[in-house]
Design a protein around this ligand. Structure first.
Ligand SMILES: [Zn+2]
Length: 333
């Protein structure tokens, strides 16, 4: 029955989904919910999925949106007028007051299904600017029947206390590592070791880890760091060459993280603190035979080059890498 276009409920979100359903069935659903937790856990998917269920005319008898009723069909066609999604107009931008004003205007219209719900999902609610948050506050202060706001935010501290106090908080925890690895290996066909590496890079957030698995930039990073460490380990200078890797601002972060790992190893930090955990063996070896002050100096250089790059100065990847390696190699004792 379920249409595959309806947002999935990830295993680590099931208990939250069911608990929200129980609240609705007990007539105790808050008129404003705030889903919080780190990025990459699927908070927005949970919000969308719960909204779809709430809006489905058969929700009293189904645990999933039926996918068949008129409302579900309109939702799947993305044309249901009582399912409203507000988000920043572009990545990294604020949600503006005009967006909230338009929303408030919509709220004055009658519901498409007279006794049905209207759900407003505010994605990245923590990016609302001050005026937008104030405008929204008015709507939260005067709840309308069968209208539910679902705010989604990674960074709670960015939301005004007045908004926080009007929402029921649903805190989504980062799932257990073993559960996430099991899910990742199944979803992405990655072996356990690589899944655990991806998860570590994504700070334990399974969806971020799964996106990393497909990202070209992750693969570029692996080949760049491999090439970098191999040369450092060999201890002899050879011109840098990492096929398929072009200079982007991320490269400076990758190399910085690698140098920081060497410094961490030097100070005896645990593997779990390293960015490149899979290379822990090589990093530890290198940390034993390098002067840490020189590693620090190169780290400064990398950060300086990043600033130059961001300011528009043309730089050449091979020359940069050669330059850093030439400074690091004599640091080997
Ligand atoms: Zn339905």
């Amino acid at each position: 029955m379920m249409n595959h276009d309806i947002a999935p409920v990830y295993p680590w979100l099931q208990t939250h989904y069911q608990s929200l359903q129980r609240q609705q069935r007990a007539d105790q659903l808050a008129h404003a919910l705030l889903l919080t937790g780190q990025a990459g856990l699927g908070k927005t998917q949970l919000a969308l999925r719960f909204a779809d269920w709430l809006l489905c005319v058969n929700h009293a008898t189904c645990d999933q949106p039926c996918g068949q009723c008129q409302v579900c069909r309109l939702i799947l066609a993305d044309t249901y007028p009582d399912r409203l999604l507000i988000e920043p107009e572009a990545a990294g931008k604020a949600i503006k007051v005009d967006q909230i004003r338009q929303l408030l205007q919509r709220l004055t219209l009658s519901h498409h299904v007279p006794d049905g719900y209207r759900v407003i999902i505010i994605r990245q609610a923590d990016s609302m600017n001050h005026a937008a948050a104030n405008a929204l506050l008015k709507a939260l202060e005067e709840p309308q029947a069968n209208t539910v706001f679902i705010l989604v935010a990674d960074q709670l501290w960015r939301l005004p206390a007045t908004i926080l106090s009007r929402c029921q908080r649903v805190a989504i925890a980062t799932p257990e590592t073993t559960d996430s690895i099991a899910w990742l290996t199944q979803q992405t066909d990655q072996p356990i070791e690589r899944a655990s590496q991806l998860l570590a890079h994504a700070h334990g957030a399974p969806l971020s880890a799964s996106q990393l698995a497909d990202s070209e930039s992750y693969q570029a990073r692996e080949s760049l760091i491999d090439a970098f460490l191999t040369r450092l380990q060999a201890g002899q200078f050879t011109t840098f060459d990492a096929p398929g890797v072009t200079l982007t601002h991320e490269i400076f972060d990758w190399i910085s993280a690698c140098l920081l790992d060497i410094i961490h190893c030097y100070h005896g930090s645990a593997d779990s603190l390293l960015t490149y955990q899979a290379q822990a063996g090589i990093l530890r070896q290198l940390s034993q035979c390098m002067r840490v002050s020189q590693v620090f100096d190169v780290l400064q250089e990398v950060l300086r080059s990043k600033r130059q790059y961001l300011s528009g100065i043309q730089l050449n990847l091979s020359l940069l890498m050669d330059h850093w390696l030439l400074q690091l190699l004599p640091a080997k004792r």
